[in-house]
Every structure is written in structure tokens, then in C-alpha cells.
Design a protein around this ligand. Structure first.
Ligand code: T1G
Length: 651
């Protein structure tokens, strides 16, 4: 039985020692890898025949950083900061050989080495902010010395990887190669040794010039990410490079990193990281299936959603048949897709000569027959069950497949991965997960508008909570007629005993459909998407409440947030109980990736668990007392979890 290869190995290539990390799938710098690095470095230093050292990784990429799973455990020595310092202090030159991506602690480790050789196309990044953290192993001090303060701060604050050959990353590498990077790094190390150059410690490099304006600009950007503590900590940590000795600044950053690890925001962001990866894992249903080849797709419906799906499919290299019953709407959709690619070219994100090839893969027609030779058909018609039934009965007539449900599911999951999207598998029940929960939020928003709130009250309460956009502004963006047509919403608003809210009907009847008609809950200047409070809506609301004998009152933001979120969380209890989705975390993934739920709050169920399910139950019961069981009956799962002191996501 062959033993697993060591996580870190030491070998020799002439007078160059080769330290190789082999910790699939992403060479995370776990405790054992860190210990292995120290041992290998000591071995290379002690070996008299060794004149230089190369640090490389096996597999498709250099290190993806620290092992995020370890952040829920007490820190274990050797700490990454110390490991990197050992490499930086090495008496022999150390050359990092970079390929794939070097992220977080992996980028910091490379910056701690004395020289860096990278394969062209390698991406480097400090994405810690996406986990509610900051680079805690010296990156806040070494990156500014290599790429300048402005570029380093941008990297740390937007968390986006950069290509090593991007202009702003010029100072990071000593050589970019198109050949085998490990061999190139060994040759580079030999030349350094031959030339007697010795170690070039990043910490001793001169500090690049920087003006206070640079820090101020990034601080303003950091403050815009209200609700998350890490961004401002990052700016403060990098600024210490100016105010204090290197080692002190590194120690402070490590202390900040350890403190941020314990914040609820970082715990939520780490949960979201793993929940999204978990969601992509096929459950038992798909495990037995094998994905079918995917070359051609058909999209039924040329509206905003259909256009977006067609673009994602084209970007993933598929042929696309866009089917839209109304020829004028089809032409409009094709024109808008063309305009999209012109915009992408104008932004420099695509070469203009790539567009004709993409558009050539787009065809379509008014008849559903155009879908006959598609490997996959995606229905994107508006929320009308009658229209959907008609589409599927026509499809049944032309698209016969022998794909088993497991194959079909495996093919769907493979397609989602190919589109670089996050997919959640759920049962085909009305409203699936997101829309079904959204309905409860929409209902409560309309009720609160009747009771005294104004659109801006509700939207500011939810944006304060962390949503990028408030529910009413989102309604205006999507079009109020879309929600109005939703039969389930109508049932909630008009057919449950004790309340009949026709507010949405009134707006639709007065053709206030949102941005597309220049007025909805807000009014919009021509060509602008900026919502402007509209006195006409306020008057409409006051008149509506008067007619209904509702005494308007000021509704506090806490109540607005509770009624918007607890209805959704309670509904998620029903969704889980009915087995519509198998993993509770998938509910959060849907809201994080599809409905703009603030990531640093982890999602509706992570948020509920943080508050305590017993607290959520008590609040739902209090709302039932006030508004009646027709609207606020606690889900049996919520009651059971509270009784057992458990959360949606576990003990
Ligand atoms: N730690 C632990 N597991 C990780 C991991 C990590 N850093 N990165 C990925 N995984 C797991 C992931 O959960 C999945 O597991 C598998 O690897 C493949 O990942 C001290 C504080 C590298 C671009 O934020 O962005 O360093 O689901 O599906 O699409 O300053 O993973 O198969 O069981 O995403 O090819 C900073 C996080 C850490 C990078 C690859 N680093 N990773 O994408 O595969 S904090 C990051 C990624 C830090 C220091 C600080 C991506 C990827 P499973 P995948 P992929």
C-alpha cells in the first residue's frame, strides 16, 4: 500500500535544494505543511552542498493560503508568520516558483522569499478581506515594498487576484516564464548563487513613496463596506509601515488577524465560503448520474432574465438558441446581447475580434421548434403558471430524452459549474427556495407601507442591515408588474383571512411599474436609475390607509428588519421540513448569491442561528399575537429546534 507523498519534500538539483509542497487540492498552509516547511528549510540550510533554495508546489497551483478550516481552532504553532520569517531570514537565497494562483498566506510566503519566478498567467492575490480577515503573515508590510502602497491596498481591499504580468504587479516577480517554472526557478537560483547575490530580504527594501491622499482614498473605500470591520483594519495595518519598524508592524497585523478571526462577520464569511462549495457537491440524487455532453442550449424567453442566461451560456462557449414568441422582443433581446459585448470590449475586458465568433453562436426564433436539437433547455418566461405549462407541453412534443433524472441532474450541475455559477439542487416546488421566501418579505413590506412606513423607511432599514439595495428599490428595478402577476403573492395579500392589501394593484393600475415606466415606489429622472422619494406615493399611501381605516404609525427599523427577515426564516422552516432542499446551508447560499443577502451576515439561517432560534421563535409568536396566525404561525421545525436548543445549521 503506497504511503501518501509527504506534504513537504526536500530534494536537490545540483547545488539547488528544491522544497515542494504537495497538499491537494489547493496546497493550503495547514499546520503539518508549516511544520514540514520548517523541517525542509532547516535541511536545506544545513546541507553544505546547497547554495540556493527553490520553493515550489505540486498540483495545479501554488498555495491558496492558510487552511481556512483551522481558523475555528486555537492557533497552532508553527505560526505562518514565523514560518515565513524563517524563509526571509534564511542565510541562502530562496526563490519562489509560482504557478496557478498564490493567494493569501501563499502570496505572503512568496513575498517572504528573496526572489520570485512565475509562470505567465499566474494570479496573485490577498483575498483575506473576503473572509472578514486581513493578511496576517506579513503581507501588509511586504506587498507595499514590492508593488507600492496603492496597488497593495487595492489588492487587499477588493480581494481580487491579479495576473503577475499586470502592470501594477510589476515589482512582485523577478522573472515571468513561458517554460517549466520549476526548472526556470532552479536556473534562476543557480545564477543568483553564481553571482554571489545572496538573500534579498523584502523587509529591507526601501519603502516606496506614498502620500496621505492614498491612505485617505482607500480608507473612504473601506468605510463604504460598512458592517465589516476588516477593511478599515487593513488600511490601518498597511499605514503602520510608515510609522513603525517592520517587525512591530507585522506583529500588530497578526494580532489584528487573530482578533478578526473571532468576529461574527468573519465567521459568517468563512461559513459562506464553505457553504457555496458544499452546494456545488452533487447529493445522492445526482451521484449515480453522468453528465451529458453540452454543446448547444436553448433559452425560452428573451426578457432580462433570458438575455442574462444566454450571455452566460455564450461566455461558457455553448451555442445558444434564444426563443421568444414576439419577434420584436426577440430582435430587442439579440440587440441587447450584442450591446452587452460592445460594452465588455469598451471596458477592455475582451478583444473586439472575439465578439463576432461569440455572436455567431447565437441564433433563435419565435418557434419552440428551434430547441429540438438542444442538449439543454432553460425556461425563462415570466412568472405565469399558464405560460409555463404551455412551454413545457410544447417542449414535451419536441424534446424527448433518455437521460435519467440522475443524468439530467448531473448534467445540470456540470452546466452550472461550466457557467462558473453557484447552483443549488432543490425539488420543483412553487417558488423553489428564494422566491418562496421573498414572497413573505414582500408581503410584510406592503403591510408596513399600509401601516405607516414610507418606501425609503423600509429600504434604509434593510440597507442599514447590509443589503446592497432595499426591497422597494429592487421591486422598481425588476418591475412591479412581475410581482403583481405572482399568484402566490396575490394569495398572501388578498386571500388570507383578516387582511386584504391591494396596494400593489393600485400602483400597477396607475402604471407605476418601476424604473421601466419612470415611476414605481420611487420616481426616476430620465436615463437615471437613482430612486427619488415621490410625494405622489406618500399621498397614495396616506389615502390608502385612510380608506382602510388604518391609523398610520412610525415603524422602527428594528421592526422592519424583523418582519422582513423572520417571515422568510419561518418559511425556510417549512421548505426544509418539506424536503424541498436537502442542506439548510443551501438556503443561505441561495440568498447570498441570488438575492443580495449581506455576506458578512452569512445568510438568513446563519443569521437566525446567531440570534438564537428560540429568540426568532419568540419574535414570530409575538408577531402572531399582533397580526394573527394566518400570517405568523411558527413553522413546526422552528418550534422543534427551539425546544431542543438547536440551530438550523446544527447544535
Ligand atoms: N483552506 C482550506 N480549504 C480550502 C482553501 C483554504 N485556503 N481554499 C480552497 N479550499 C478547499 C475548498 O473548500 C474545496 O474543498 C477545495 O479546496 C477546492 O476549492 C494568514 C489569513 C484557490 C481559487 O481565501 O479562492 O491565507 O469542497 O472548489 O474553484 O494571511 O478555492 O472540495 O472539500 O474553491 O479551483 C486566503 C480561498 C486564506 C483562497 C480554487 N485564501 N480559495 O478554486 O476550487 S486566509 C483564500 C479559493 C489566509 C493569511 C490568511 C479557491 C481557489 P472541497 P474550490 P477552485
Amino acid at each position: 500500500m503506497s504511503a501518501d507523498p509527504p506534504l513537504v519534500s526536500l530534494s536537490r538539483d545540483g547545488a539547488v535544494a528544491l522544497i515542494t509542497i504537495d497538499h491537494p487540492p489547493v496546497n493550503a498552509l495547514s499546520r503539518d505543511v508549516r511544520a514540514g516547511l520548517i523541517a525542509a528549510l532547516d535541511g536545506a540550510i544545513a546541507d553544505k552542498a546547497v547554495r540556493a533554495i527553490v520553493l515550489a508546489c505540486a498540483g495545479k497551483s501554488f498555495c491558496a493560503g492558510a487552511d481556512i478550516r483551522e481558523f475555528d481552532l486555537p492557533p497552532q504553532p508553527p505560526h505562518l508568520t514565523d514560518v515565513i520569517q524563517r524563509f526571509a531570514d534564511a542565510a541562502k537565497p530562496v526563490v519562489a516558483a509560482l504557478h496557478g494562483s498564490a493567494l493569501g498566506g501563499g502570496c505572503e510566503l512568496a513575498a517572504g522569499c528573496h526572489y520570485r519566478v512565475a509562470a505567465r498567467g499566474t494570479r496573485i492575490g490577498l483575498p483575506e478581506v473576503n473572509l472578514g480577515l486581513l493578511p496576517g503573515a506579513g503581507g501588509t508590510q511586504r506587498l507595499p515594498r514590492l508593488v507600492g502602497f496603492d496597488a497593495a491596498l487595492s489588492m487587499m481591499l477588493d480581494g481580487r487576484p491579479r495576473a503577475v504580468d499586470a502592470g501594477e504587479m510589476a515589482g512582485f516577480t523577478d522573472s515571468i516564464v513561458d517554460s517549466d517554472v520549476r526548472a526556470a526557478a532552479v536556473a534562476f537560483a543557480s545564477r543568483v548563487a553564481e553571482a554571489g547575490l545572496g538573500p534579498r530580504r523584502t523587509a529591507t527594501l526601501p519603502l516606496p513613496d506614498v502620500t496621505p491622499e492614498v491612505f485617505e482614498r482607500h480608507l473612504q473605500a473601506a468605510r463604504k463596506r460598512g458592517g465589516e470591520p476588516a477593511p478599515e483594519k487593513i488600511v490601518a495595518a498597511v499605514r503602520r509601515a510608515i510609522d513603525m519598524p517592520f517587525a512591530d508592524a507585522v506583529a500588530y497585523a497578526r494580532a489584528d488577524f487573530l482578533a478578526l478571526r473571532e468576529t461574527p462577520e468573519s465567521k459568517a464569511l468563512r461559513y459562506a465560503f464553505f457553504a457555496e462549495r458544499e452546494a456545488g457537491r452533487p447529493g445522492a440524487e445526482a451521484a449515480s448520474g453522468s453528465p451529458r455532453p453540452l454543446e448547444r442550449a436553448a433559452v425560452i424567453g428573451g426578457g432580462t432574465m433570458g438575455q442574462g442566461i444566454a450571455i452566460a451560456l455564450l461566455d461558457a462557449g455553448l451555442e445558444v438558441a434564444l426563443i421568444e414568441a414576439d419577434p420584436a422582443a426577440l430582435a430587442r433581446a439579440q440587440q441587447r446581447i450584442g450591446a452587452h459585448y460592445e460594452e465588455v470590449v469598451a471596458k477592455g475586458r475582451m478583444a473586439s475580434n472575439a465578439v463576432p465568433g461569440i455572436i455567431a453562436r447565437l441564433d433563435g426564433g419565435a418557434s419552440i421548434d428551434a430547441a429540438h436539437d438542444a442538449d439543454v433547455v432553460i425556461e425563462a418566461v415570466f412568472e405565469d403558471i399558464g405560460v409555463k405549462r404551455e412551454v413545457f407541453s410544447k417542449l414535451d412534443a419536441i424534446v424527448r430524452t433518455d437521460a435519467s433524472s440522475a443524468d439530467a441532474l448531473a448534467t445540470g450541475i456540470a452546466l452550472v459549474k461550466r457557467l462558473r455559477k453557484v447552483g443549488v439542487v432543490c425539488k420543483g416546488k412553487d417558488g423553489f427556495i428564494g422566491n418562496r421566501m421573498l414572497l413573505l418579505r414582500t408581503r410584510e413590506c406592503l403591510f408596513m407601507l399600509e401601516e405607516g412606513a414610507l418606501p425609503r423607511d423600509i429600504d434604509s432599514a434593510l440597507t442599514e442591515f447590509g443589503f446592497a439595495m432595499g426591497p422597494l428599490a429592487v421591486g422598481d428595478l425588476a418591475g412591479l408588474d412581475i410581482g403583481w402577476r405572482n399568484a402566490n403573492l396575490r394569495r398572501q395579500l388578498r386571500e388570507l383571512p383578516g387582511r386584504d392589501c391591494d396596494l400593489l394593484d393600485r400602483l400597477v393600475a396607475s402604471h407605476r411599474l418601476g424604473q421601466k415606466t419612470g415611476a414605481g415606489w420611487y420616481r426616476y429622472e430620465a436615463g437615471s436609475r437613482k430612486p427619488i422619494p415621490d410625494p405622489a406615493v406618500e399621498a397614495l399611501l396616506i389615502e390608502h390607509s385612510r380608506e382602510r381605516g388604518i391609523k398610520r404609525r412610525a415603524i422602527p427599523p428594528t421592526e422592519i428588519v424583523e418582519r422582513c427577515l423572520f417571515g422568510m426564516i419561518n418559511e425556510a422552516g417549512h421548505i426544509l421540513e418539506e424536503g424541498v432542499v436537502s442542506r439548510p446551508s443551501d438556503v443561505d447560499v441561495v440568498w447570498l448569491t441570488g438575492y443580495g443577502f449581506p455576506r458578512y451576515r452569512g445568510g438568513p439561517l446563519f443569521y437566525a442561528d446567531r440570534l438564537g432560534v428560540a429568540h426568532v421563535l419568540a419574535r414570530v409568536e409575538a408577531l402572531r399575537e399582533r397580526f394573527g396566525a394566518a400570517f405568523w404561525e411558527p413553522a413546526p421545525l422552528l418550534v422543534r429546534l427551539a425546544a431542543n436548543g438547536r440551530g438550523f445549521l446544527g447544535p
